[in-house]
Write a protein that binds this ligand. Structure first.
Ligand SMILES: NC(=O)c1ccc[n+]([C@@H]2O[C@H](COP(=O)([O-])OP(=O)(O)OC[C@H]3O[C@@H](n4cnc5c(N)ncnc54)[C@H](O)[C@@H]3O)[C@@H](O)[C@H]2O)c1
Length: 253
């Protein structure tokens, strides 16, 4: 898909990898709508990109539907590229001396990452289905997993399950939507320097990335954005989860 002239929605676009993606998509000529929390920097980021901001909490079904509808309208009625980065985890083991992992916390992480991503995807696909196809293609959806989907560390059981769920949806969703010319791909980053992790001191970052092949450092938000652009531009990328990790494999801790 050619990016110039297309409408794009970046959920989580106020910060980190989402923000870098919104900036790069704009630089490549797409119009950008940002969905993020009300108190985020979404409004100023969107203004800086000549785009629109639609406050929403991705765990609120009604809120998401309204914000997506408003975003599509602000894009002139058509979204071709949707990127979803909002998500996150907690640190809790399956069992500790204090007792088993609280079930409500497990559910909350699944809701925040997996259910919210699916909710965004089904509504984004619905909006894309109304596009006129270009080279048989109507749209592309990019989700954010994590390498924890494949080798979650100690204390990441809920997060690993949620991100593995995102990875697990990709092929089936691509098959569901293939007839409409809509692609779905997930990116699985290793440790990236973003709003969540930018405060990690250099010595700790060195320790956390020591088993990467190359480069042995945290990823940079623009490296995520460049993969989104590559996915958007290459129609053969579909149904999978692409590791973006410098060859890193998480150790147990
Ligand atoms: N940074 C890493 O090391 C890393 C590694 C692997 C995967 N990830 C994944 O990347 C995504 C986070 O992106 P980031 O690292 O750029 O973080 P970030 O904190 O810089 O950006 C996340 C954005 O999501 C928004 N957000 C959070 N909760 C939200 C909600 N309920 N509704 C709407 N928006 C919400 C935040 O306001 C923020 O703008 C998550 O899905 C995370 O699991 C991050």
């Amino acid at each position: 898909m050619e990016i110039a002239g297309k409408g794009s929605i970046v959920v989580g676009g106020a910060s980190g990898m989402g923000r870098a993606t919104a900036e790069l998509l704009r630089a490549r000529g797409a119009s950008v709508a940002i969905l993020d929390l009300q108190h985020s920097a979404g409004s100023e980021v969107a203004t800086g990109l000549g785009g629109s901001f639609h406050p929403c909490d991705i765990t609120d079904e009604t809120n998401v539907e309204q914000a997506l509808n408003a975003a599509v309208a602000a894009l002139g009625g058509a979204v071709h590229i949707a990127v979803n980065t909002a998500g996150g985890g907690i640190a809790r083991r399956t069992l500790t001396k204090q007792g088993p992992h609280p079930l409500d916390e497990f559910r909350r992480v699944i809701e925040f990452n997996l259910v919210a991503t699916f909710n965004l995807n089904r509504l984004q696909a619905s909006a894309m289905s109304r596009n006129d196809p270009v080279d048989d293609e109507r749209g592309v959806i990019v989700n954010t997993a994590s390498i924890a989907a494949f080798e979650g560390q100690i204390g990441q059981v809920a997060y690993a399950a949620a991100k593995a769920g995102i990875a697990g949806m990709m092929l089936t969703m691509a098959r569901d939507l293939g007839g409409l010319g809509i692609r779905t791909v997930a990116i699985a980053p290793s440790l990236f320097s973003t709003g969540l992790t930018a405060g990690i001191p250099p010595e700790m970052a060195e320790q956390l990335t020591r088993d990467a092949a190359f480069p042995k450092r945290m990823g940079r938000p623009d490296e995520y954005a460049r993969l989104v652009v590559a996915i958007a531009e290459n129609p053969m990328l579909n149904g999978g989860t692409i590791r973006l990790d410098g060859g890193q494999r998480f150790a147990p801790k």
